[in-house]
Design a protein around this ligand. Sequence first.
Ligand SMILES: [Zn+2]
Length: 438
Amino acid sequence: MKILIKNTTIITLNNSNMLLTNSNIVIEDKYISYLGNEVLADSEYDRVIDGKNKVVMPGYINAHTHFYSSFAKGIGGIDPSKNFVEVLNNMWWRLDKQLLLEDTYYSALTAIMDGIKNGVTTFIDHHASPYAITNSLPEIAKAVERMGVKASLCYEISDRDGADIKDAGILENFSFIEDNKNPDIVALIGLHASFTLSDATLKEIVAKNVNNYGYHIHVSEDKGDEVDAQEKYKTSVVERLAKFGIVNKDSILAHCVNISDRDRQIIKENDGIIVHNPESNLNNAVGISDVLSQIKEGILVGLGTDAMTNKMGNEMRIALWLQHIKQENPSCGFMEISSLLLENNAKIANRLWKTDKFGILKEGSYADLIILDYDPITPLNEDNVLGHIVFGLAEANVETTISNGKILWHNYQFEDFIDQHQINKHSRELAKKLWERM
Ligand SMILES: [Zn+2]
């Protein structure tokens, strides 16, 4: 398949060549094969897209999400919660216990479709379905393949539902790591959070992880996680996890809202990755993460949504406004916070997939890209690209999404191979039954 996008404005996110105007992009198979302003003949290509008055950018990466959460949209009958642990008990741990394998598959399809519509081409997912664990990761992998995107998958191991379920969670992660042959999918070892994992369980998992795979875990999302670690183990969450070797260069520590200076040093020393999820933190009232200190420490910090949304541009803006409030400074963090989405998520994906082809538009990089409906009303040049991204493009509609060199979404429509309304209809039936079981 050869695709030409012509006469367009390209934001490459490549530092040496950030902005190309009146240019063309050629996609061959999964990669970008040409970028520039040479005149190209339409007849040479299978698909030609006119990119006039549009902007092309790399596809977004969502560095922490939960596909299964898509079946919670509009849910009722949930008791109001006074704190984060009550949110888990009243809502998420009631929902995930009732998930069947088919729910897992369909919630993943619908979550990924929402991502595609919003320009997300790579997802780092964290799954839980404690009474339907076996084969849950292959089901999600099937959804990822059907949609044609890239994803990192894991199953969250926890002691919260007893030893048998903990054992099944461990087995699911290690079986999937062994069986996954799809290069678009990277497996991590999923852990719920320090406060639902005993020392014995952590020891068991680490002993099994002889190949040093990365972990994906919620860290210090709420103060309760720290209180638990201090009371039971006389240590902080980060110190506890680091002692087991869980903070490593391929490990994603989601949230880190309530960590200390010493914790930041430990994460840096072990080259761990933090993923910030500002909308989720606001919704759960767990605090404002000190992202600027994490970046200052030299930690790789990315941006996720914790399944609150797939609108990554908006998530970046919220992250920025939150730092303004936290620092009481409307000018702070512009470069640092925008880099979470625009640079660091690509660094995270490159690390997990062991490549350098994510998050940048250049010859040889992945053909994961989006076309935004954005005809700038003010001058756009090399020097003000970032200002246009934060104050304009972040809110622009995604007209086209291409992933792995395949058009998935074009002119605000899914391509024929994605039967959106059929999938949505069946999902509604499944979600209704799921809610009735809760
Ligand atoms: Zn999460």
